[in-house]
Design a binder for this molecule. Structure first.
Ligand SMILES: CC(C)(COP(=O)(O)OP(=O)(O)OC[C@H]1O[C@@H](n2cnc3c(N)ncnc32)[C@H](O)[C@@H]1OP(=O)(O)O)[C@@H](O)C(=O)NCCC(=O)NCCSC(=O)CC(=O)CCCCCCCCCCCCC(=O)O
Ligand SMILES: NC(=O)C1=CN([C@@H]2O[C@H](COP(=O)(O)OP(=O)(O)OC[C@H]3O[C@@H](n4cnc5c(N)ncnc54)[C@H](O)[C@@H]3O)[C@@H](O)[C@H]2O)C=CC1
Length: 715
């Protein structure tokens, strides 16, 4: 609702009340209309202030209303009524003014912000544009280049930047509503002609075409197929070239296309999914709201390689004390330098001082005796990790949580090395660990709810989106990646090139195709895992293992020392080791031809559809198996992992959402088709849960859990 009160006799105060973020629901919109009307009708009222309850101005349109039947007054006329008011209306912005919230403020005649407030038009991140006149008012207020930046990126700006850009008129460190009331009284009675943004001409640009061409090129490059950023540029162009009323028409037209698009649905699903994963549960019944985390003040990181360094940075930046342990003296020195560099760069960006003093370095594991939690990040070698866990059990004080950053080893096996297996969980970070938002928190059968809650909470403290998953080889993300990469390799055997497979996957929206990604992460990583699993057996019939199809292509490249970018060659060639520019490699093409000839394989023409379907549907099929086994609690968990950890295009929601969009019947049919063609590839065999969902009438994704429960109850 919106509450109307009178203060100081002559100020009408409208308070938006819709927890948690005072979103503009139908009731709130109606409340604003009624309150404005009332204030304008009261002769004693000289001016109005609009604020939000609980220190939050407004989080924008109520996203939960999207896709439902529209009720209540639409936003645009509400904001026009405010702008047209004959008494000054001042927005008192505390906390947030986002999306429709900022558009509401732009409809007001003046804006006062608290110094800690954040403002922005993040609609593009939900697959939309600021269609409550934001795309038309903002360029008129701050000019085209700045508006293009804010609207196409959706970034939030601080109050200080908003003041500098001209979005707000005043910033206060004190009570914002008091400041706004004082300000409103000071301008009461003054002419409002120069305060109605919709009447402003858009500031002229001499190089208008060039500005928009450059903006379009930039968003197309970054968008990876997302349509909203493109529509945002078009809407701002309308503001720059058309009268306000016509610009609004164009904004509406563009919004209509976006609003009903699958991309907007996917992005809005993704928004809620990222919040839903925080409400985790375990098969034991333990849950987020019944398990209390322990506060972590001091942590240790063991192993300062690629991952340990990033994890140390993340912990120190969040204000924790960190003991960073590395046995190799040379590595320790290098790590210290690298970590300090990362902290300094990060601090410079945020305008704070680097928290170098939060970290103590050591080559002796005994120095971790007084920490609350340890994160082990030594080589991916079970024997070594077991040794480290035994050492930790001996030196850590009772109750210390022992976490491992393993990419896929058995958490329970590791836990068995300690007298307190309930304190052991996986904290699987993604590289670079201080940048990537995802954290898989892996519980074993003996992990306590408190250990899971503590790891989830620590993830939050260091700014991660944490997803709780069960223990199995590769957990969720890497396990699903395995059939995807296998299919990519099989396609090479059958006639495709790495360039073609990558092109199709990148056109779909991945930041990198399967082969460019493998070259970046290092081909030796998978090679070691396959060796440990007994799959790399020199001299064995190359293309079958344990009765299943197996491609040794990656192993053969590793045997040649081609580990990817780091060695200057892999699936592609690079100018020098470490270079990032992948170039097609004639050597690789001849190698593939010789390989096919050696194995009697005849190259055939493979089209886009086959590449996409085989790579994606085998990955999705594994996702259904994971749901069936209860390794992930729901499809949202898998989708968040893929969007945040594996560069799955956000505007496609995630693999399970994508399956829902394509249609489960279609996914099942195509998997059946490919499995018939490749009966020796078990990952193409549709799993029971997928069949069950189709048999139960292909319910929409938000109802899959009902069927998953039934699958469990039959086990
Ligand atoms: C606000 C935040 C920054 C807060 O962050 P934090 O404190 O970290 O808390 P969270 O966990 O994120 O959130 C807490 C809680 O709040 C829920 N929530 C947050 N924002 C919203 C919201 N806007 N609506 C509803 N609920 C919200 C969140 O889900 C959490 O709850 P939980 O899920 O239960 O845990 C952060 O939350 C944030 O960034 N929020 C999003 C802000 C945002 O993006 N705002 C923009 C919204 S879109 C908007 O405003 C649209 C417009 O401006 C234009 C609308 C015009 C509409 C006109 C429609 C015309 C259509 C024409 C086509 C017709 C086609 C046809 O013909 O049919
Ligand atoms: N590299 C990646 O992209 C990812 C790796 N991981 C996992 O993280 C772990 C570490 O991987 P990376 O950082 O890539 O390895 P890395 O090879 O870069 O670093 C490992 C470090 O551990 C040190 N070390 C070895 N034994 C030690 C001991 N007993 N005590 C202290 N330090 C010791 C080594 O000297 C080395 O510096 C592995 O389990 C890996 O599977 C997880 C996610 C992503």
């Amino acid at each position: 609702m919106a509450q109307y009160t009178r203060i100081s006799g002559s100020v009408g105060l409208i308070t938006l009340k819709n927890p948690p973020v005072n979103a503009l629901s139908a009731v709130v919109r109606q409340g604003i209309v009624d309150s404005v009307e009332r204030a304008l009708g009261e002769p004693e009222v000289k001016c109005l202030v609009i604020c939000g309850q609980s220190g939050k101005f407004c989080g924008g349109a109520d996203i939960r209303e999207f896709g439902k039947k529209m009720t209540g007054p639409p936003l645009i006329p509400v904001f026009h009524a405010i702008e047209a008011a004959a008494k000054p209306v001042v927005a008192a912005i505390e906390g947030i003014a986002l999306g429709g919230g900022l558009e509401l403020a732009l409809g007001c005649h003046y804006r006062i912000a608290h110094s800690k407030a954040k403002l922005g038009l993040p609609e593009v991140t939900l697959g939309l544009l600021p269609a409550a006149a934001g795309s038309q008012r903002l360029p008129r207020l701050i000019g085209v280049p700045a508006a293009l930046d804010l609207i196409t990126t959706g970034r939030h700006v601080t109050a200080a930047e908003a003041l500098q850009l001209g979005i707000v008129d005043q910033v206060t460190d004190h009570n914002t509503v008091d400041a706004a009331v004082k300000f409103a009284l000071s301008v009461a009675g003054q002419s409002l002609d120069a305060r109605r943004i919709s009447t402003f001409p858009c500031p002229r640009l001499s190089n208008l075409d060039a500005v928009f061409e450059a903006a379009m090129q930039k968003v197309r490059q970054a968008a990876r197929g997302a349509i909203a950023p493109v529509a945002c540029v078009q809407a701002v162009r309308a503001a720059a070239t058309l009268p306000y009323a016509q610009g609004l028409e164009r904004e509406k037209e563009l919004m209509a296309t976006l609003f009903t698009s699958g991309q907007a649905r996917a992005l809005q699903y993704s928004f809620f999914a990222q919040r839903a994963v925080g409400r985790w549960s375990m098969p034991s019944g333990a849950r987020w709201d019944t398990s209390k985390p322990k506060p972590i003040r001091k942590a240790a990181v063991i192993g300062l390689g690629t991952m340990g360094r990033g994890i140390t940075v993340g912990l120190a930046q969040a204000g924790l004390s960190v003991v960073a342990v590395e046995t190799q003296e040379k590595q320790l020195m290098e790590a210290k330098q690298a970590v300090s560099g990362m902290l300094e760069r990060g601090a410079k960006k945020r305008g704070v001082s680097p928290p170098l003093g939060n970290i103590s370095y050591s080559s002796n594991i005994k120095t971790v005796g007084d920490v609350d939690l340890v994160i082990e990040a030594v080589f991916e070698d079970m024997a070594l990790k077991k040794e480290v866990f035994q050492q930790l059990s001996a030196v850590c004080r009772p109750g210390t949580f022992l976490c491992t950053n393993t990419s896929g080893l058995d958490i329970d096996d590791l836990a068995s090395q300690t007298p307190n297996p309930e304190l052991v969980v996986g904290m699987h970070f993604f590289a670079p660990a201080h940048v990537m938002k995802l954290l898989e928190v892996v519980y074993g059968p003996r992990s306590s709810p408190q250990a899971v809650a503590t790891a989830m909470q620590l993830g939050k403290v260091i700014g991660k989106v944490s997803v709780a998953v069960g223990n199995c080889q590769g957990f969720v993300g890497n396990r699903m990646l395995s059939p995807y990469l296998s299919q990519a390799n099989f396609l090479l055997e059958e006639g495709a090139t790495p360039e073609f497979v990558d092109q199709v996957l990148e056109e779909f929206g991945f930041a990198m195709g399967a082969f460019r990604m493998s070259d970046l992460s290092g081909l030796d990583v998978g090679w070691r895992v396959r060796k440990a699993a007994g799959l790399v057996v020199p001299g064995k019939p190359a293309r079958m293992r344990q009765g299943c199809r197996y491609s040794p292509l990656g192993d053969l490249l590793c045997e040649q020392g081609r580990f990817g970018q780091k060695t200057g060659s892999g699936w592609y060639q690079y100018d020098k080791p470490g270079s990032r520019v992948a170039k097609p490699d004639p050597w690789l093409h001849s190698f593939l031809e010789e390989y096919r000839a050696r194995h009697g394989l005849v190259a055939r023409r493979i089209d886009h559809q086959e590449v996409l379907e085989r790579c994606l549907y085998s990955l999705i099929n594994e996702g259904f198996r994971i749901l069936e086994e209860g390794i992930a609690a729901g499809p949202e968990d898998i989708d968040v992992i893929y969007v945040l950890g594996y560069s799955w295009p956000r505007h496609r929601g995630g693999p399970m959402f994508y399956a829902d969009m394509v249609g489960l019947t279609r996914v099942l049919e195509r998997l059946e088709f490919y499995h018939q063609a490749h009966p020796d590839v078990p990952s193409l065999q549709p799993c029971n849960l997928l069949r069950k969902l189709v048999a139960s009438g292909t319910p929409p994704i938000h109802r899959w859990r009902e069927v998953i429960k039934k699958v469990h109850s039959q086990l």
